[in-house]
Design a protein around this ligand. Structure first.
Ligand code: ZN
Length: 226
């Protein structure tokens, strides 16, 4: 049984963060929280916050840290978070991390357990620039690691395989550099607190899940603060 522990998943595009976050949340029985989902949920339930956030999202504008923090505070007060929760894609900046610490502290959570899914740049480039999506069924291939039987054609339905515009080498390099710049202060912040676990995410999905499962188990075996 989980102690009221917040897990935070960090990782660059292509590290498999979203998939792992969902798996580990399920494994440890805590809700998987992404700020995008939380905002959409607040809007669809018509909460006070949702009424404020909805129009901002509709205009395609960025929701302020202050509103995001309020939303997280509300979300953590819901009963399914009593045993803990897992943040996917949050915090993104140092001020958000500091704000989250204050919220966790005020809600009686222990120190968060932060995992950083680490993958070398060459490997990420391969994963992202090799990705092709079926234009019919949406199946995902990788020209290096999981190629279709016939070049450019989906095995299942013969659909044409296409590359997303932001998966070209130049754009991928920019995305990775932007991620590094934004995340370095965060990982340093958590490293200084002794709560950062760097996990080699260049291995297979299942191996990475196993490594993450071990970290979660160890974290849950501990009471209160690390
Ligand atoms: Zn297909």
């Amino acid at each position: 049984m989980a102690i009221n522990r917040a897990f935070i998943f960090l990782g660059p595009p292509g590290a498999g963060k979203g998939t792992q976050a969902k798996r580990i949340a399920k494994l440890s029985g805590v809700p998987h929280l992404s700020t995008g989902d939380m905002m959409r949920d607040a809007v669809s339930r018509g909460t006070d916050l949702g009424k404020v956030v909805g129009p901002i999202m509709q205009r395609g504008e960025l929701v302020s840290d202050e509103l995001v923090m309020k939303m997280i505070e509300e979300r953590l007060a819901q009963p399914d978070c009593a045993a803990g929760c897992l943040f996917d894609g949050f915090p993104r900046t140092l001020p958000q991390a500091e704000g989250l610490d204050r919220i966790l502290d005020s809600k009686g959570f222990g120190k968060p357990v932060v995992v950083d899914l680490s993958v070398g740049e060459e490997k990420l480039l391969r994963r992202l620039t090799g990705r092709r999506t079926c234009s019919v069924g949406g199946e995902i291939y990788n020209v290096y690691d999981a190629p279709p039987k016939v070049d450019g054609i989906c095995d299942n339905d013969g659909g044409k395989l296409v590359q997303r515009a932001d998966d070209t080498a130049e754009v991928v390099r920019q995305r990775l550099a932007a991620y590094d710049r934004a995340t370095k202060p965060l990982t340093e912040y958590y490293r200084r607190q002794g709560v950062l676990h760097v996990v080699d995410a260049s291995a297979s999905m299942d191996e990475v899940s196993r490594a993450l499962g071990e970290i979660v188990k160890r974290a849950e075996g501990r009471n209160g603060h690390l």
